[in-house]
Design a binder for this molecule. Structure first.
Ligand code: SF4
Length: 198
C-alpha cells in the first residue's frame, strides 16, 4: 500500500489477496518481516531479461501487426484506490492492451485480476482518446507464451468483490481465513505465522 493513503492499494496487494487473503494482512501488520527470497530475486532478474528481449521482438506474440510498446508504466488512481506499475503497455490505433510478465508456468485468477486492475487504471489515467480496453496478456516467462485474458463481466465482478474485501481487512485489522489451496503454503514466506494450516 502507499504511505499517503492506507486505502490506496498497490495492484500487487490485490494479486496477493486473491492468491491468499492472509498475505495482504501480513504485509499490512508485519511489513518488516518480509525478506527478499531467492524466488523473488530470480523473478526480478527474469523480468529484466524479458523486458530486454521484448524490445527486440515483433508483436506477433500477441497476434498484432502493429502497435507501440511502453515499459514500466506508473499508474496512480486514488479514485479507484489503486496504484501500480505495469510491465508493458501496447497501444494500437484502437486499443490499449496491458501486458504483465510472469515468472510462472500457469495463469490464475490472481494474475487475471491484476491485469484487469491495470486495465481500469489505464482507462482513467491514460486513455484520452477513449480506446478500447477489453483484454490484456499474461506473458509466461518460462513458457515464452502470451496468454490472452478477456475482461469479462464475471472478472469485473470478481475484482469489485476483492476490492471491497481488501478495505474490510485493512479497516478491521482482522486476520482473514487462509487460502483453501494448501499447496500454496508449502513455500510461502509467511508459513511460520500460519500455525493453523498444517
Ligand atoms: S502459509 Fe498459506 S495461509 Fe499462510 S499466508 Fe502463506 S499461503 Fe496464506
Amino acid at each position: 500500500m502507499t504511505t499517503e493513503d492506507p486505502f490506496v492499494f498497490r495492484v500487487i496487494d490485490l494479486k496477493q489477496y486473491v492468491y491468499c487473503p492472509r498475505i495482504l494482512y501480513y504485509h499490512t501488520v508485519l511489513p518488516q518481516v518480509r525478506p527478499l527470497t531467492y524466488k523473488m530475486a530470480a523473478g526480478i532478474a527474469a523480468h529484466t531479461q524479458t523486458e530486454r528481449l521484448e524490445k527486440r521482438r515483433s508483436l506477433r506474440t500477441y497476434g498484432l501487426q502493429q502497435g507501440e510498446r511502453r515499459f514500466n508504466v506508473s499508474l496512480y488512481g486514488p479514485d479507484l484506490h489503486l496504484s501500480g506499475e505495469l510491465d508493458m503497455l501496447i497501444e494500437t490505433a484502437t486499443e490499449l492492451i496491458p501486458v504483465d510478465f510472469k515468472q510462472s508456468k500457469r495463469e490464475g485468477d490472481h494474475f487475471r485480476m491484476q491485469l484487469l486492475a491495470y486495465g481500469r487504471l489505464l482507462d482513467i489515467l491514460a486513455n484520452p482518446q477513449q480506446k478500447t480496453i477489453q483484454r490484456g496478456f499474461l506473458y509466461l516467462i518460462p513458457q515464452r507464451q502470451a496468454v490472452e485474458v478477456r475482461f469479462t463481466p464475471t472478472l469485473q465482478r470478481k475484482l469489485n468483490q476483492a476490492m471491497s474485501q481488501l478495505h474490510i481487512i485493512i479497516k478491521n485489522q482482522q486476520m482473514p481465513m487462509p487460502t483453501k489451496k494448501y499447496g500454496r503454503c508449502v513455500d510461502c514466506e509467511f508459513r511460520r505465522f500460519c500455525n493453523d494450516v498444517f
